[in-house]
Design a protein around this ligand. Structure first.
Ligand code: EPZ
Length: 422
């Protein structure tokens, strides 16, 4: 297995180009199932999860041409509606084919996603959403088997008693080809939801309320959607936030290009609270280091609140702040796997339920640590870059799922980082 060897303690300098958003691209790829014509996707991040989702579509019978950052997908040739365990077990986001397959083919069976390091992550809200549109859903031998009414799904009101990104995405895609109007109440408002809603609107299923928690979708009544313009993935707000945390933790001045500043506003605000300063342009942002990092208090919440996907990265920065920081994780029940690994680097972090107290230490020191999930692994890289000496970050297959060319981008700004084989 690969691992990263990082020599920390160096100031970095220069600029990083942000890739397309993994979590937006995954939903966009699933939504191409709604069309029976070729669709061109651009600005895709070159990461494992994108390749896995494209492979899933090919296993369903779609034709896919894919280079690093672009794909041309033709779902007119889909001849199966079964998302098998082997693929779904690799990536939970495979569940995003449930809505579009039901909407276009009126039936599908999707393996229940396996467990996940950061929490149980049930899909009950996804199932309730499609049942509201008339689907009959049963669980059979580890598969969610769903069947739409003879004439297709029927528009209805879907009320999410809990905000769910994936649930909202499946509801949007199920409603797209349903008969009649669907209203989604308490919908997620993440930028990836907005991009997906815009794509469905472009494709011919009118969507109102885009960007709000109340969406209205006028389904096409069984007519396939037509995405006749290339769809460019929005910039990855979590990758951008991660590199801002790299700058903060190493007291470096870094510029990020190709960012959507509005999508990273809470991240910028929190780093300003920690003493960093920013120069902001239309599509780029420069972080200037704090004199001495100040403490930060964070409670994760749904967009536009503080993103749970940035929690681990901020914890890495807070380990060397001047006073105790508090971080409360409100979305997932087990998203503190990085705490014990950070403590191996000399951090002093204490957990009480879903609250972490990060007590200040003067500095971190290199050690061997193990990545446990995608964002935890980027937190370990941040800590390693700020630690004295050499750190080995193992099990970086987690990192490869969601960060495009991480070592290259870091080496370009002066980081001493090398990928090695066990
Ligand atoms: C998406 O996951 C992201 N993944 C996650 O990013 C992100 O952390 C999460 O949204 C929250 O922002 C992708 O977009 C591929 P949820 P998702 O449904 O859709 C509970 C990363 O690092 N819930 O909003 O699975 C769930 O257990 C990944 O890129 C139910 O109870 O998140 C969780 O506690 C990690 N029932 C909370 O809601 C359901 O049916 C939020 O989950 C669905 C979710």
């Amino acid at each position: 297995m690969d691992y990263l060897e990082i020599e920390g303690g160096h100031k970095l300098n220069g600029s990083v180009t942000i890739s397309g958003a993994k979590n937006s691209a995954l939903a966009i790829i699933a939504a191409t199932i709604l069309s029976n014509k070729k669709v061109k996707l651009t600005n895709l991040p070159n990461v494992v999860d994108i390749r896995t989702m494209l492979k899933l579509l090919e296993m369903l019978g779609a034709k896919v041409e894919h280079n690093d950052t672009e794909a041309i997908i033709d779902c007119s040739t889909i001849n199966s509606t079964k998302a098998v365990y082997e693929i779904v077990a690799q990536m939970r986001a495979s569940i995003l084919v449930l809505g579009p397959l039901l909407s276009r083919f009126k039936e599908c069976s999707v393996s229940l996603p396996g467990g996940c390091a950061i929490g149980q992550r049930p899909i009950d809200l996804h199932i309730k959403a499609v049942e509201a549109l008339g689907a009959e859903v049963t669980l059979k031998e580890g598969y969610v088997v769903a069947k739409a009414p003879e004439d297709g799904l029927v528009g209805n009101k879907i009320i999410f008693d809990k905000i769910t990104v994936g649930g909202t995405e499946n509801a949007l895609m199920a409603a797209a080809m349903a008969n009649g109007v669907t209203e989604i109440v308490n919908a997620a408002k993440e930028p990836e939801i907005t991009q997906l809603a815009q794509m469905i609107n472009l494709g011919g299923a009118k969507v109102e309320g885009i960007g709000t928690g109340n969406l209205k979708i006028y389904g096409t009544g069984g007519v396939a959607l037509n995405f006749n313009e290339p769809i460019e993935t929005i910039p990855d707000r979590i990758e951008a936030g991660t590199y801002l945390c790299v700058g903060a933790a190493t007291y470096s001045t870094l510029t990020l290009d190709k960012v959507n500043v509005e999508h990273i506003q809470t991240t910028i605000n929190k780093l300003e609270e920690m003493g960093c300063e920013f120069d902001i342009d239309k599509n780029s942002v420069t972080i200037k280091p704090a004199k001495k990092l100040k403490k930060v208090n964070i409670i994760t919440s749904e967009y536009p609140g503080f993103p749970t996907d940035m929690q681990a990265q901020f914890m890495a920065v807070a380990t060397i702040a001047d006073e105790e920081s508090l971080i409360e994780e409100r979305l997932f029940e087990n998203r503190f796997m990085h705490v014990s690994e950070l403590n191996r680097l000399g951090a002093d972090i204490w957990l009480k339920g879903n609250v972490a107290a990060i007590r200040p230490v003067k500095e971190l020191n290199g050690a061997t640590v193990m990545a446990t999930d995608l964002r935890a692994s980027s937190a370990l890289v941040i800590a390693a870059l700020s630690a004295n000496g050499v750190t080995k970050v193992k099990r970086i297959y987690h990192l490869d799922r969601g960060y495009d060319k991480l070592e290259e981008k870091l080496s370009k700004i002066g980081a001493k980082i090398v990928r090695k084989k066990e």
